[in-house]
Design a protein around this ligand. Structure first.
Ligand code: SF4
Length: 431
C-alpha cells in the first residue's frame, strides 16, 4: 500500500515508472507473456503461456518484482528503448501507456503490497500476437513477425529457428488463452492488433466474435495492418469494424507504387488502394493513419509520398507516423553518405514549407501547432545524429543478396540510390 500523493509524484516526475505491469497484456507469437512490444527481453518475459495459465503469470514472481522496481523508479535494462526514445524527444510506449492509464487505474498501483501483488490489477490493454502469419516479407521485417520470411531466413542463415520445419510460429493453445481471459473481457479498454498480419489470423476474428457476443462495442480497436486483405475464410473484417465505435487503423506503407511493392514484398499497390476506398466508404468513423518505416531506402522519397497521399485525399497532412527503422541496422538512415543527406535535408525543408499551409485533422487548424509536425524535424535530427556511412558496403551487400533471391533490382526502383551502389559497391567488393 502506497500513498496516492507519492504515486502521483512518481507518475509526474519519475524517470522510469511505467503502469504497464498493472494494466497491459502483451503476448508474443511464441506464446510468451512479455512486458510490452517495446521491451527487449531475452527469454520468456513474465513466462510462457504455453506452459502456464494466464492468472499464474499475471501475479507471478517476475511481474511482481518488475512492479516493485518501477515503484522505486529504478531503471530496467529491458525498457532501454523507451528511455532512449524519450531522451531523443520521440514517441515512446511508456509515455503513451502512462498517459492513458496511470491516473485511470491509480488505485491498482496504490494497492500494491510489499511483494508486488496488486489484488485488483487487470489487463485492460491487450496486444496479443497469436502467430507470425503474414502474406508479405517486408525488407524491414523478419521471421518472428512474418511466416513468409522462413525460406529466405534459412537460406541466409539469418535467425536461430525454434523449429526448423515450421514457417508458422504460434501460441500453442489460443482457445485456452481466450478462455483464461474470459473474466477480463468486460474490463478491456483497448485491443491492439498487430502481427504478422492481424487480418490473416483467425484467432483475431474469434476475439471479435466474443466482444460482439458481449455487446462490448465500445472497446477501442487499434490495428497495424498492411490492408492487403479484408477477408479470411468466411470472415469479413469490415462487417465487424462497422459495429465498433472506436476504430483506429494504421496502414503500413513505405512508398508509392513500385517502391512500396519492393519494400513490402508481396503487396499489390492497387489492391491496397481499393481496400482503402472500401474501408473509407463503409467505416467512415474509422481513424486512419499511415505508418511509414523510414529507412535508407525511402527517406529521400518520403516527402513525395506524403504529398501524394494528402493531395489524393487518402489522409490529412498529420495522419502519418514516421517510424525510424531500428533493425536491421544497415538500413538505418544514418548510413547515407553526407552528399545524399544534404539532398534529403533540402527536400524536407521544401516539404516543411508546404506542410505549414496544410490543414491537419487533429487538434488546431494550423499544422504547426500539432505534434505530428515536429516529427519531420525529429527525422532530420535522427538523420544527422551520427555518420554511419562506413556501413554503406553492408547495406549494398545485404540489398544485393535479397535482390538476387527475389529477382529484383533496388536501383531500378530507387534510382536515387544508384550512387551508393556505384561508389560504395566497389568498396564492398574489394573488402
Ligand atoms: S517502460 Fe516501455 S519497455 Fe518498459 S514496460 Fe513500460 S512501455 Fe514497456
Amino acid at each position: 500500500m502506497h500513498s496516492r500523493e507519492l504515486i502521483k509524484e512518481l507518475i509526474e516526475k519519475g524517470k522510469h515508472f511505467c503502469v504497464a505491469p498493472w494494466v497491459h497484456l502483451h503476448v508474443t507469437s511464441l506464446g510468451n507473456m512479455n512486458l510490452c512490444c517495446s521491451a527487449r527481453v531475452n527469454g520468456k518475459g513474465y513466462g510462457s503461456l504455453n506452459e502456464n495459465c494466464f492468472q499464474e503469470l499475471w501475479q507471478g514472481e517476475i511481474i511482481r518484482n518488475f512492479r516493485l522496481k518501477l515503484l522505486a523508479d529504478e531503471a530496467d535494462p529491458r525498457c532501454a528503448q523507451c528511455y532512449q526514445q524519450a531522451k531523443l524527444g520521440l514517441w515512446n510506449l511508456r509515455t503513451e501507456i502512462n498517459n492513458l492509464y496511470a491516473y485511470k487505474y491509480l488505485d491498482w498501483v496504490v494497492d500494491t503490497d510489499s511483494e508486488g501483488f496488486s489484488p485488483n490489477a487487470k489487463p485492460v490493454d491487450w496486444d496479443i500476437r497469436f502467430s507470425n502469419i503474414c502474406n508479405l516479407k517486408c525488407r524491414s521485417c523478419g521471421y518472428y513477425s512474418s511466416s513468409r520470411w522462413f525460406y529466405e531466413g534459412k537460406v541466409l542463415g539469418r535467425w536461430k529457428f525454434t523449429d526448423s520445419n515450421k514457417a508458422i510460429i504460434k501460441i500453442t493453445d489460443s482457445a485456452k488463452l481466450l478462455n483464461d481471459l474470459g473474466p477480463y473481457f468486460s474490463y478491456v479498454d483497448r485491443i491492439q492488433f498487430a502481427g504478422g498480419e492481424p487480418l490473416l489470423m483467425e484467432e483475431n476474428y474469434h476475439l471479435l466474435q466474443i466482444l460482439d457476443g458481449l455487446n462490448k462495442h465500445d472497446v477501442e480497436l487499434s490495428y497495424i495492418t498492411n490492408l492487403t486483405k479484408l477477408a479470411l475464410k468466411n470472415y469479413d473484417i469490415i462487417s465487424f469494424w462497422k459495429k465498433f465505435t472506436k476504430l483506429r487503423i494504421a496502414i503500413s506503407l513505405d512508398g508509392l507504387g513500385a517502391r512500396c511493392e519492393y519494400l513490402r514484398k508481396g503487396l499489390k499497390w492497387d489492391q491496397v488502394l481499393e481496400n482503402w476506398s472500401r474501408l473509407k466508404l463503409e467505416c467512415p468513423h474509422s481513424r486512419i493513419h499511415i505508418n511509414y518505416t523510414v529507412s535508407a531506402y525511402n527517406i529521400w522519397h518520403l516527402p513525395d509520398f506524403h504529398r501524394w497521399m494528402v493531395e489524393e485525399k487518402y489522409i490529412s497532412a498529420d495522419e502519418i507516423v514516421l517510424i525510424f527503422l531500428v533493425e536491421p541496422f544497415c538500413y538505418k538512415i544514418k548510413i547515407l553518405p553526407p552528399e545524399m543527406k544534404k539532398q534529403v535535408i533540402a527536400k524536407f525543408q521544401n516539404h516543411i514549407q508546404w506542410l505549414k499551409g496544410q490543414t491537419p485533422f487533429y487538434g488546431d487548424d494550423r499544422l504547426e501547432s500539432n505534434g505530428r509536425f515536429l516529427q519531420w524535424f525529429d527525422c532530420l535530427q535522427y538523420l544527422n545524429d551520427q555518420d554511419w556511412s562506413h556501413r554503406i558496403p553492408i547495406f549494398v551487400n545485404e540489398t544485393r543478396k535479397f535482390d538476387e533471391l527475389r529477382h529484383e533490382s533496388c536501383v531500378e526502383v530507387f534510382p536515387e540510390l544508384e550512387p551508393l551502389f556505384h561508389c560504395y559497391g566497389k568498396m564492398s567488393r574489394s573488402q
